[in-house]
Design a protein around this ligand. Structure first.
Ligand SMILES: [Zn+2]
Ligand SMILES: [Zn+2]
Ligand SMILES: [Zn+2]
Ligand SMILES: [Zn+2]
Ligand SMILES: [Zn+2]
Length: 316
């Protein structure tokens, strides 16, 4: 992609920002770790940062595409951005990039055989066979793939996952990482940044849910009694998010009969439900992710939820 063209993806507010003096040296170090959107924004701040982004290969070795650019990323744009790494791409993280096809992914991988982190969750345009081909290609060298996220690939079945695991397990380093695996909690999982996944000691994000037998992300439970019961073996609540409702705030499993009503329709355990403040009208809380649904007005105590607010204003 021509630089001017890639700048079209940068936010407008940054395009006009011109700083006085030269940027702090730390900014140049940070460049290599930024998601694409921030990278393009940074390059709009001043000439020296723009030169660093444009001429240096380093910022392009870890390509992370998240919201809001994910919706616009096509195979062609991906090829152009990936080519900036000159075949040395290390991280390819395409978060929920629905327009990317098997063909687009294959083309990038063909030119970048050094990719060690492949994160393609929610890329619904990819097929299980496309993902398998990619993993096979990237595992076929000494250090291979260190981190793989494929949750949300359509029609991924047990046998597909088995083939993927087969290719991954040829790598000894992977087996070591897998042993250091940390518990994966539902409320943390939602907050994960693309580039922080491996802190959780997992090579691959999905496994077979013991309850529904589907290829899904399987969560651990922080509830003390569930942890005690677990003792090495799977407990009833160690399943995917569809099989066991979990608290949005603390990740604990919630029994169906204990489900409390919330403004945002997310699940909360009774402990978290009691602690959160409630709407003055309907007495329901919001999870912290949906705090924007709480409307406060000057002179009154507490808040009312956007649903009650709209009702009282006659929008419904
Ligand atoms: Zn399940
Ligand atoms: Zn909770
Ligand atoms: Zn539990
Ligand atoms: Zn309300
Ligand atoms: Zn919520």
């Amino acid at each position: 992609m021509e630089f001017a063209e890639s700048m079209e993806l940068a936010p407008l507010s940054h395009k006009e920002t011109i700083s006085s003096g030269s940027p702090h040296e730390a900014l140049f170090i940070v460049l290599a770790y930024l998601p694409l959107f921030e990278l393009l924004s940074m390059s709009a701040v001043c000439r020296s940062l723009r030169d660093a982004v444009e001429k240096d290969v380093l910022p392009w070795l870890n390509l992370i595409v998240e919201k809001p650019l994910n919706f616009r990323l096509s195979d062609e744009i991906l090829m152009k951005i990936a080519s900036k790494a000159n075949g040395r791409l290390r991280t390819l993280a395409l978060m929920n990039c629905a327009k990317i096809t098997d063909d687009g992914l294959q083309r990038v991988i063909h030119q970048n055989s050094l990719i060690s982190k492949l994160h393609i969750p929610g890329c619904t345009g990819l097929t299980p066979d496309g993902v398998i081909t990619a993993v096979q290609k990237l595992s076929d060298r000494q250090h291979g793939l260190e981190s793989l996220r494929i949750n949300g690939t359509g029609n991924m079945k047990k046998e597909h996952l088995e083939r993927i695991r087969y290719y991954l397990q040829t790598n000894q380093k992977l087996q070591r990482i897998q042993r250091e695996r940390q518990p994966l909690l539902y409320h943390n999982y939602r907050k994960f940044q693309a580039y922080r996944w491996e802190e959780h000691g997992r090579v691959i994000d999905v496994e077979i849910c013991p309850k529904c037998n589907e290829v899904r992300v399987v969560f651990d439970c922080p509830r003390e009694e569930c942890k005690r019961k677990r003792g090495g073996s799977m407990t009833g609540c160690q399943t995917c998010m569809f099989c066991t409702p979990r608290c949005e705030e603390c990740g604990k499993c919630v029994e169906n009969e204990d489900l409390e009503e919330t403004v945002c329709a997310d699940t909360l355990c009774s402990d978290c439900w009691i602690q959160l403040s409630k709407c003055n009208f309907c007495n329901k809380p919001c999870c912290s992710r949906h705090r924007h649904m709480q409307i406060t007005s000057t002179g009154s105590v507490g808040w009312i939820c956007s649903v009650c607010h709209d009702k009282s204003n006659g929008f419904e």
